[in-house]
Design a protein around this ligand. Structure first.
Ligand code: P6P
Length: 339
């Protein structure tokens, strides 16, 4: 990519070419991108800043909050409150929605985020990230309530993540393909480094937490055992495994070179559909993956078709290279039909 294209130039060009990035959405994306730059500064401080370790509190998920979870959440709230593009926000770190205070102009968009995904990796210097999803407020709805957020992932206006790794990279879709922007630290600007990102339809690389194997449902065990059987087995090829325990990093690898990511339902907590959250993890990642030619299901249905019933709803996730996701989904459908 010869000529450097900034995030703003990219968004203006997308608006000129495709006309579906209204001013408010463009401002929203640029504000979120600026907040991610601010979070990256805190992440990169590590032990040199007061950002490592736990905050001594739990979030609505019952998870111990890391200091950076809270810092990142506050950065996103403060950055997005005043611009006039939002009506409300929702976060993995907050039990209920956060309304834009009346002293600020009210916008028409709803922003959801996991401010710092992969927190268990913070203290060991492994890639982590921020995930965000954008919806429009339902037409004609008076005020804003949690119900306004309960829209299927197919309604998203935009989605993306920022991965804080060897590079700080913002990955974005507004419904017309996937683009990647690398942070130029000297200039402090986002530079377009990949557009029209495509996930290969086949892969030899799977990502799953193997330590949960004894808890999996039969179709998951069948699929992974076939991968492990390698070239002598039914797949006729050897597979590699990766598990970073940071969804953002695993998805970034899949967007970059293909693969399949699975966090399926398992017997440990049978009443929970899965570990990952639908509104601000599965939906934005599913939007990105589909826009890059991949697939994303809950092992039976397309994730973007799921009708949410509550803000912090959990879901089983199978996403990545289309042919592999379809195979896993088929195994679940066949298993259900045989019951
Ligand atoms: P486990 C991080 O906590 C996260 O929500 C995802 O980013 C990641 O894929 C998953 O949980 C890791 O879960 O059970 O392997 O620690």
């Amino acid at each position: 990519m010869s000529q450097r294209v900034s995030l703003t130039q990219y968004l203006v060009e997308q608006q000129r070419l495709h006309g579906h990035i209204p001013q408010q959405l463009r401002l929203l994306i640029e504000v979120v991108a600026r907040a991610c730059k601010r979070i990256a500064i805190s992440v990169n401080k590590g032990a040199l800043g007061d950002v490592l370790g736990t905050a001594g509190s739990e979030n609505v998920q019952g998870e111990v909050q890391k200091k950076l979870d809270i810092i990142a959440n506050e950065v996103l709230i403060e950055a997005n409150e005043w611009g006039g593009h939002l009506a409300a926000m929702a976060s993995e770190e907050m039990e209920s929605i956060h309304l834009v205070p009346n002293r600020f102009p009210q916008g028409e968009y709803l922003l959801m985020f996991d401010p710092l995904d992969g927190s268990s990796n913070i203290d060991v210097n492994v890639s982590i990230g921020t995930i965000f999803s954008v919806l429009k407020k339902l037409d004609g709805s008076k005020g804003v309530s949690e119900d306004d957020f309960l829209q299927p992932g197919s309604a998203q206006a935009a989605a993306g993540y920022c991965v804080y790794g060897p590079q700080t990279t913002l990955v974005l879709t507004v419904g017309d393909g996937v683009a990647m922007f690398t942070l130029d630290r000297e200039q402090g600007s986002w530079v377009l480094t990949a557009d029209d990102v495509k996930i290969p339809t086949d892969t030899k690389e799977f990502a799953i937490n193997m330590s949960n194997k004894r808890h999996w449902d039969e179709p998951v065990t069948r699929y992974i055992d076939e991968c492990l059987a390698g070239v002598e087995g039914p797949r006729g090829k050897d597979f590699n495994m990766r598990w970073i325990a940071s969804m953002v990093a695993d998805v970034h690898r899949i967007l970059t070179r293909g693969g399949i990511f699975m966090y399926p339902w398992d017997k440990r907590e049978p009443n929970k559909a899965g570990k990952l959250r639908l509104m601000y993890e599965a939906n934005p990642m599913a939007f990105l993956v589909e826009q890059a030619g991949g697939a994303a299901t809950n092992a039976r249905q397309r994730i973007l078709d799921l009708q949410p019933t509550k803000l912090h709803e959990r879901v089983s996730v199978v996403l990545g290279s289309k042919n592999e996701v379809e195979r896993v989904t088929r195994y679940h459908v066949e298993s259900d039909a045989a019951k």
